[in-house]
Design a protein. Sequence first.
Length: 122
Amino acid sequence: MARILIPENFEEQYKLFKRIYKKHLQDGNNSVFIGNFDIEQEHEKIEEAYESHTKAKEYERMAELETEKRNVLWPKRDNSLRGMAQFLKGKYNKRPHELGEWGFTVDSSPQRKKYTRKPKDK
């Protein structure tokens, strides 16, 4: 038995539907879909879906451009933020929680000690 392959990609599904719809229109009143399948309703749905798909692709492109713009304006500026934090930490060295007023999160919980391995004697 022959298998009918349906594309998974929306753009390919759209192209397939357009070919089916074109044949339906060519057949006119003799189309096998008349009275059996509401192809006009499906046509409306897929056209609206394609419009949304097109918008989504444009938004994707715009998002990429805006991300690139952001990265040019603020490339890896965490060093800048660290510098500001260190400056303020020096200024408020006796009151580090004052940095919270500047928007920083201050963690004063005890830090785990870092252990280093001693080299084995040979």
